[in-house]
Design a protein around this ligand. Structure first.
Ligand SMILES: Cc1ncc(COP(=O)(O)O)c(C=O)c1O
Length: 400
């Protein structure tokens, strides 16, 4: 073994202990066959998938699948290079125009993933004279973008506009050179940013605001544009980033802005310039899904009905959940990492797949069972998820 691997030995040990404690290896789950937006075969057994972020259930939508197949057969499987080097395909530009129209913004840039969108924007938009103030619970892609850039970084307490204000105040004149970063729906606990209050603070201090709507696109707002639309504050949000990998059922990311000058940033973003652009099939299915999302108030209603039913059902059983009803439902058990992993495995053996999220990836430090709901879940599936959790509740002797 080369000595380079030595630093990973503690990880190997922790992993081995987890497998020994729980009797399962959660990091090597293989989805053997995908059957639909909500079902798959894992360990030879049919599962209800309740941890996929497939909020509108569009991964098997016939129009999206047909658009992807047609694009692959007409334009090939990949673009084999970046947009700066190889040129943009007409469909990349069309999708940017469609996103700009959807958000009623003058500027939009499409990236290869949502992770890359945050990496590119956060590392490039701000420089050494600028300050980024980010909510402590922001996603890893936001933290990584900041690490790649050169701005000063200040974290404020999660969903705490008063703490944000305190820190902006301390900056004095530099507050006008700052970018506040929050998320529409936070990916781990499913809670929303208090965006009206955050907008109020950022206006008073002359700061700019970026909202990552990865989990709220297609989920919140009358037209599905996310939390800024839901709260009627779109005019005060300077930048929105997001992903195609959740409600749009594809892969890719984007940034839109009310400032046309966003276009100038395109030519300076290394994670945009030095990576291959999205394939024709991904862009085609995303474009189709965006049309369906725009017209998709029925899907949004179904998603929220499902989310409300599962959240209320689990709350009534006495589970400790995230703070509000959301398509992301986090269940915190009174159990160790090993015990939670074993319980997650029991859910699998009952035919229910949810995400097992272990520290340090969780807010608050403890392990989580993270469910995400889809408009494609039917009543029988919601009942089956509730039944499986009910058995776990009995086993843990929880009380409502
Ligand atoms: C808040 C947030 N931002 C960005 C991303 C990255 O998106 P992608 O999967 O497109 O890289 C995620 C993905 O989980 C996310 O939760």
């Amino acid at each position: 073994m080369t000595s380079l691997f030595k630093k990973f030995l503690p990880l190997e040990k922790t992993h081995a202990e987890l497998v020994a404690d729980s009797g399962v290896d959660p990091f090597h789950i293989v989805v053997e066959r995908v059957l639909s937006a909500t079902e798959a075969i894992i360990n030879g057994r049919q599962m209800i998938m309740a941890g996929t972020n497939n909020y509108l259930g569009l991964t098997f939508d016939p129009e999206c699948v047909a658009a992807a197949c047609e694009a692959a057969s007409k334009e090939g499987t990949g673009t084999t290079g970046s947009r700066m080097a190889n040129g943009s395909y007409a469909a990349h530009v069309a999708l940017e125009n469609e996103l700009a129209a959807f958000y009623q913004c003058p500027a939009a840039i499409v990236f290869s993933t949502g992770y890359i969108a945050n990496l590119a924007i956060l590392s490039t938009l701000t420089g050494p004279r600028d300050v980024i103030l980010l909510d402590a619970d922001c996603h890893a892609s936001i933290y990584d973008g900041i690490r790649l850039g050169s701005a000063e970084v200040i974290r404020f307490h999660h969903n705490n506009p008063a703490d944000l204000e305190k820190r902006l105040k301390r900056l004095g004149d530099r507050a006008t050179h700052s970018l506040v970063v929050v998320e529409g729906i936070y990916s781990m606990l499913g809670d929303r940013a208090p965006l009206r209050e955050i907008v109020d603070v950022k206006r008073r201090y002359g700061a700019s605001l970026l909202v990552d709507e990865a989990h709220s696109l297609g989920v919140l707002g009358q037209n599905g544009r996310g939390l800024a639309e839901e709260f009627g504050v779109e005019g005060d949000v300077d930048f929105i980033t997001g992903t195609f990998s959740k409600s749009l059922g594809s892969i890719g990311g984007f940034c839109v802005s009310r400032w046309p000058e966003l276009e100038n940033v395109r030519y300076a973003m290394r994670p945009y310039i030095f990576t291959a652009s999205s394939s024709p099939s991904l862009i085609a299915s995303t474009r189709k899904a965006l049309q369906l999302l725009y017209r998709g108030s029925g899907l949004r209603k179904k998603l929220w009905d499902n989310a409300t039913q599962l959240y209320q059902g689990l709350a009534a059983m006495g589970f400790n959940l995230g703070p509000e009803i959301s398509p992301v439902i986090a269940v915190r058990l009174p159990a160790s990492v090993g015990e939670t992993t074993a319980i997650w495995n029991q859910l699998l053996s009952r035919g229910i797949y949810v995400n097992l999220v272990l520290p340090p990836a969780t807010p608050g430090g403890g392990p989580l069972l993270r469910c995400s709901l889809s408009a494609a879940h039917d009543q029988g599936q919601i009942d089956a998820i509730l039944d499986a959790f009910s058995e776990i509740r009995d086993q843990l002797h929880l009380h409502a």
